[in-house]
Design a protein around this ligand. Structure first.
Ligand code: MLT
Length: 320
């Protein structure tokens, strides 16, 4: 009997190893839990393009929007753990969500195999181009005086654009009308057309429109300016020093994805982050690349635990 069990275990191990050796043998779906064209989608497509090359199979981005990104991440978490469905999560889906969704169907720290950090994304305070304020101080004064008349776009409860503007609004003591979208890609379209007044969003979504003068950027919420927008003052320079926040986007696979598959995906992500063209695209959009120490699943797994602990007290009484 013992020999039979050993034989079966050996067969199973060899089958797993064989599967991993052949991985990937077909295209991989990467679920982006927001609409196409937004920051998470932009980052997924940039790193996914190079990952496809090094893996030898196409990474196909699948936009599954809803509920601040938790719809798509729930779908990804419940998908087969064979390495053919992965996801681009972020500070909202894997940091804020537990505080804002009491019935969240996944645990960011337990229900995934972290693959690695893709890019940090500093937050910008932006407004429609004819917003009546020439700088952040005037914007703050206008918002305080007209809080009941202005509307602020975001990508759903728990999205980065939602949680980072909760911080912004609470520091100003204002409660604007919130206008939810399926992602900050579509929200940006309405900001450009003047349908909404302002937004707190990730730099990679905004650089081109800011440079084109299609929207107004008032400040970047980091201690130093971004090389992608060197003329944009920091919130410290612009008069709101306490508003400091950078989001992040990272790749995850479902829990219990085979280790060899996780290794193949992490290796492919690291190769993308080492590729000059890929790095250049992320940097020119204001993305912040993870350092070598910040790469890989172990670091990301520990980081997610810290992020959930950081954001839960900040958001627990936030407007749902
Ligand atoms: C997006 O890609 O639309 C954003 O990451 C959504 C958000 O604000 O979290």
């Amino acid at each position: 009997m013992k020999k039979l069990i050993l034989a079966l275990a050996a067969t199973a191990m060899m089958a797993g190893a064989a599967q991993a050796q052949s991985y990937p043998s077909r295209p991989i779906s990467m679920i982006v839990p927001f609409a196409a064209g937004g920051p998470t989608d932009i980052i997924a497509r940039i790193v996914g393009e190079h990952m496809s090359k090094s893996l030898g199979q196409q990474i196909v981005v699948e936009n599954v929007a809803g509920a601040g990104g938790t719809t798509g991440i729930t779908r990804a978490a419940q998908s087969k753990n064979d390495g053919y469905t992965i996801m681009m999560g972020h500070m909202g889906t894997h940091g804020a969500a537990p505080a804002l969704y009491p019935n969240l169907k996944y645990d960011p720290a337990k229900d995934f195999e972290p693959i690695g950090m893709a890019a940090g994304t500093p937050i910008l305070i932006v407004a429609k181009k004819d917003f009546p304020a020439k700088d952040l101080k005037e914007m703050m004064a206008y918002l305080k005086a007209n809080s009941d008349k202005v509307n602020q776009a975001h990508a759903g409860i728990g999205a980065v654009s939602h949680m980072t503007c909760i911080m912004f609004n609470s520091q100003l003591g204002i409660k604007p009308t919130a206008v939810p979208y399926s992602g900050t890609g579509p929200a940006l379209n309405d900001l450009v057309s003047g349908q909404v007044d302002y937004m707190c969003d990730q730099i990679v979504n905004l650089v081109q429109q800011v440079k084109a003068g299609a929207i107004k950027a008032y400040a970047i919420a980091t201690p130093v300016r971004s090389p992608a927008l060197p003329d944009l003052p920091t919130t410290i320079e612009a008069g709101m020093p306490d508003y400091q926040v950078t989001a992040w986007n990272a790749i995850f696979a479902p829990k219990d994805t085979p280790k060899e598959v996780v290794t193949a995906l992490t290796t492919a992500l690291n190769k993308a982050l080492d590729d000059d063209a890929t790095k250049g695209r992320l940097l020119e959009l204001g993305g912040v690349l993870p350092t070598k120490d910040e790469r890989g699943g172990k670091w990301l797994g520990e980081f997610v635990v810290k992020e959930v602990a950081r954001w839960t007290p900040v958001l627990k009484d936030a407007p749902k």
